[in-house]
Unconditional design. Structure first.
Ligand code: AMP
Length: 307
């Protein structure tokens, strides 16, 4: 009964209109694990880092119930490095640099203790590695969720399509959905993407919330209007962690429960953006999460009489 999380663990350098960070800890699997560990344990992490990745960061995650048997430490290579710059609206960003380093030749090994997992979260990573992990599992998990990004659409589209054919839920942002489908309308894009494999599609729209598609059904979760957004980096991964953490906790993979999952994902993402990197995620308590979920409920509940 557990969740496997696969993804990058990284150093990031971020520039926003409000500030600039030096190399700080980031990576898709880092954010997912911090977020999901509020809801479910153990989390079985699969990733790779270099000699320069601080051991304390791994220890802090271990203390949250994140197992590190599947995280390789390459003593002669550097960790993955990504740098990005946000535009004034904070919804769009440019990737300034992507240095794959340890990710370039990463061959994941799924430890025996990870077999029999019920849920698999494939965070943003080389598509061939995502596929390799699926193939190494002796039993198919109950639900496979995948995140990816435009970078992989541009450099590894064929592999990406192979992974898509194997997963249940895909998460991408709106521009990635358009790029993958060649459709501007998100409804048409969703239809095309669901034909590529995933039965469910989640399209993240930054400060405009997220859409969940399944067959002819659509559900919308808002994002919380926040007074200050410092750094949106990792918001998508934190959303993914909240979503899969909730699904793994409840073990319910119905569309109805996924609706709750995207509300929880949105609530978690709203914390992430309040400070740089993982800082805010490390501070929050169960009570903070509950209070925020309450605010989400108030944000969207209304009564109406049909005219
Ligand atoms: P998000 O803001 O949720 O899209 O995720 C940002 C995180 O993704 C950062 O912490 C980066 O380290 C990580 N990242 C950026 N580019 C890649 C990539 N090509 N593959 C894997 N992880 C990446």
């Amino acid at each position: 009964m557990s969740l496997i999380v696969v993804g990058s663990m990284a150093f990031d350098a971020i520039e926003t209109p409000f500030g600039k960070s030096d190399r700080i800890i980031g990576g898709a699997a880092t954010y997912i694990a911090w977020s999901a560990s509020n809801f479910t344990k153990p989390i079985k992490q699969i990733s790779v880092v270099g000699y320069d990745f601080p051991k304390e960061e791994l220890k802090e995650l271990e203390a949250r119930g994140v197992h590190m048997d599947g995280v390789q430490i390459k003593m002669d290579e550097k960790s993955f490095f990504w740098s990005g710059k946000y535009h004034m609206d904070m919804n769009t960003r440019d990737t300034i640099d992507t240095q794959l380093n340890v990710l370039a030749n990463f061959q994941p090994v799924v430890p025996e203790s990870y077999q029999d997992c019920e849920f698999l979260m494939l965070g943003n990573l080389v598509p061939a590695v995502q596929l390799d992990v699926i193939r190494q599992l002796k039993k198919r998990p109950k639900l496979i969720v995948m995140d990816t990004m435009n970078f992989w659409m541009e450099v590894a589209l064929d592999d990406l399509k192979k992974v898509l054919a194997e997963v249940d839920v895909l998460m991408v942002n709106d521009s990635e959905a358009r790029e993958l489908s060649n459709e501007y309308s998100l409804v048409k894009a969703a239809r095309k993407i669901m034909e590529m494999g995933p039965k469910y599609l989640i399209i993240k729209k930054g400060e405009h919330g997220a859409l969940l598609f399944h067959e002819e059904n659509v559900f919308f979760a808002p994002a919380l209007p926040l007074e200050d957004v410092f750094d949106p980096t990792g918001a998508g991964d934190t959303f993914a962690g909240g979503f899969i953490g909730h699904i793994a906790r409840t073990k319910d993979i119905s569309f109805e429960n996924m609706k709750t999952g995207i509300i929880i994902g949105s609530a978690m993402a709203s914390f992430c953006v309040e400070k740089f990197g993982t800082e805010r995620l490390k501070e929050i308590t169960r009570q903070d999460i509950d209070d925020r979920l309450q605010r989400f409920q108030e944000l969207v509940s209304f009564e109406i009489e049909l005219v």
